[in-house]
Design a protein around this ligand. Structure first.
Ligand code: HEC
Length: 123
C-alpha cells in the first residue's frame, strides 16, 4: 500500500492533490463544481481577450454591442443551450464568426463561462 510508506502528514496533501487532478482534467471535465469555477474564470479571461471586440461578453455590457452578434447572455439563455453545445459550436465555427483555432480546453473554458451567464429563474 503506497500510503503506508509515506509520513502521515503527507496524506491529506496527497488526497487534496488527487482531488484537484480529478476535478480539473480527465473524466471530471466541467462536471465538478471546483473545476467549473476555475473554467469560468479562465473562460472569462479568454472572452476579454478574444471575443469582446464582437460580442457583449458580460451582463454589465462589457464588449462591443452589434445587432448581428448575439450577446453571451443571449446565447446562454437560448432554450436547450448547454456547455456541450456551445463547445461544439466553438470547435466548428461558421462565418461570419472567424475561426479562432481554439484548443479543446479553451473551448470548454469559454463554453463554461458563457453558460455561467444563464439566468437561474429560466430553464
Ligand atoms: C469578428 C467577430 C467575432 C469574434 C471575434 C467572435 N465572434 Fe462569436 N459570433 C460572431 C457572429 C457574427 C456570430 C453570429 C453567427 C451567426 O449568426 O451564425 C457569432 C456567434 C457566436 C456564438 C453562437 C451562437 C449561436 O448561434 O448559438 C457563440 C457561442 C460565439 N459566437 C462565441 C464566441 C466566442 C467564445 C468568441 C471568442 C473566443 C467569439 N465568439 C468571437 C462574431 C464574432
Amino acid at each position: 500500500m503506497l500510503f503506508s510508506r509515506l509520513p502521515y502528514h503527507c496524506i491529506p496533501l496527497m488526497i487534496l492533490l488527487s482531488l484537484g487532478a480529478i476535478g480539473v482534467s480527465g473524466e471530471g471535465r466541467a462536471g465538478n463544481d471546483a473545476a467549473k469555477v476555475i473554467r469560468t474564470e479562465l473562460g472569462q479571461e479568454l472572452a476579454r481577450l478574444w471575443c469582446r471586440q464582437c460580442h457583449v461578453i458580460s451582463p454589465e455590457g462589457t464588449g462591443l454591442a452589434q445587432s448581428a452578434v448575439p450577446t453571451f447572455v443571449e446565447i446562454a439563455n437560448r432554450p436547450g443551450q448547454t456547455i456541450k453545445k456551445t463547445e461544439f459550436f466553438l470547435a466548428d465555427p461558421h462565418p461570419p464568426m472567424p475561426n479562432l483555432s481554439l484548443t479543446r480546453d479553451e473551448s470548454l473554458n469559454l463554453a463554461t463561462y458563457i453558460l455561467s451567464l444563464k439566468q437561474q429563474n429560466g430553464n
